[in-house]
Design a protein around this ligand. Structure first.
Ligand code: SF4
Length: 205
C-alpha cells in the first residue's frame, strides 16, 4: 500500500483529528512541554501558564525562573523544560518565523519538536517523525530503520508536499499507535490495516 493510500485509509477510519490542540505560540510551548511526557500532563502545565498570562515569548522571558519551573512542574523535567522554553523565546523575539536550522540550533529543540513547531504553528510542510510513526511504519513493512531522517525522507518523498496532509497524517499515526498499534501488544486481529500489514498478518490470531 502506498503511503497516500495508507493516509486515506486511516483518515476514513478515524476522521480528521484537528491537531494541534491550542493555537498561536501555545503550540510551540506545548511542543517542548510534551517531550517525554503525556499530553494530559502538558495540559495541566499549559493551564497554569494560561492562568498566569504566560503564553507569549515576551511574558515567558520576563517570568521569574522559579515561578516558571513551578508552573510547568506537571509536565516533568521542569528545570530543563523551563530553560528550553526560555531558549526558544529568546530566538522567537528576534525571529518569529524561524526556519528548521534556526530551531535546531536552540538547545532543547530536537527534530521532532522543531518539525512540530514548523508544521503546526508555521504551517510549513515538514513531516513530523515520532516513535508512533516509526513503529507503525516498520510493522506495515515500509522499512526496518529506526532513523528519523530515513522516515522523514520516506514520507516527504512519497507524498505531495502538502502541510495539511502532513498535519493530519502525523495526528492519525498517533491515534492509531494509541488505539491499535500499541508498543507491547498491538491489536492486530481487530485492526483495519491487518491485510496490508506484514507484522499484522503474522501476528493476528
Ligand atoms: S495490523 Fe497490527 S501491527 Fe499492523 S498496523 Fe494494525 S495493529 Fe499495527
Amino acid at each position: 500500500m502506498q503511503p497516500r493510500d495508507l493516509f486515506e485509509k486511516i483518515l476514513s477510519f478515524y476522521g480528521s483529528q484537528n491537531w494541534w490542540p491550542g493555537e498561536g505560540f501555545e503550540i510551540a510551548i506545548g511542543a517542548i512541554l510534551t517531550q517525554n511526557t503525556s499530553w494530559k500532563n502538558v495540559e495541566k502545565a499549559l493551564e497554569n501558564l494560561r492562568h498566569n498570562n504566560l503564553l507569549s515569548p515576551k511574558s515567558i522571558l520576563n517570568c521569574d525562573d522559579e515561578l516558571l519551573v513551578e508552573l510547568i512542574t506537571p509536565a516533568g523535567f521542569f528545570n530543563l523544560k523551563a530553560q528550553y522554553l526560555k531558549n526558544l523565546c529568546r530566538l522567537w523575539v528576534r525571529n518569529p518565523k524561524p526556519n528548521r536550522e534556526a530551531l535546531l540550533s536552540v538547545k532543547g529543540i530536537g527534530e521532532e519538536t522543531a518539525d512540530s513547531i514548523l508544521l503546526y504553528l508555521l504551517n510549513e510542510a515538514e513531516f513530523v517523525i515520532d516513535a508512533y510513526t516509526i513503529r507503525i511504519s516498520k510493522r506495515l513493512g515500509y522499512g526496518d530503520s529506526n532513523d528519523r531522517k530515513y522516515w522523514k525522507n520516506f514520507y516527504e518523498s512519497n507524498l505531495d508536499k502538502d502541510a495539511s496532509v502532513f498535519n493530519e497524517f502525523h495526528a492519525l499515526f498517533v491515534e492509531h499507535g494509541k488505539r491499535f498499534c500499541k508498543k507491547q501488544k498491538p491489536l492486530c486481529s481487530n485492526c483495519f490495516l491487518v491485510e496490508d500489514c506484514e507484522y499484522g498478518k503474522i501476528n493476528r490470531v
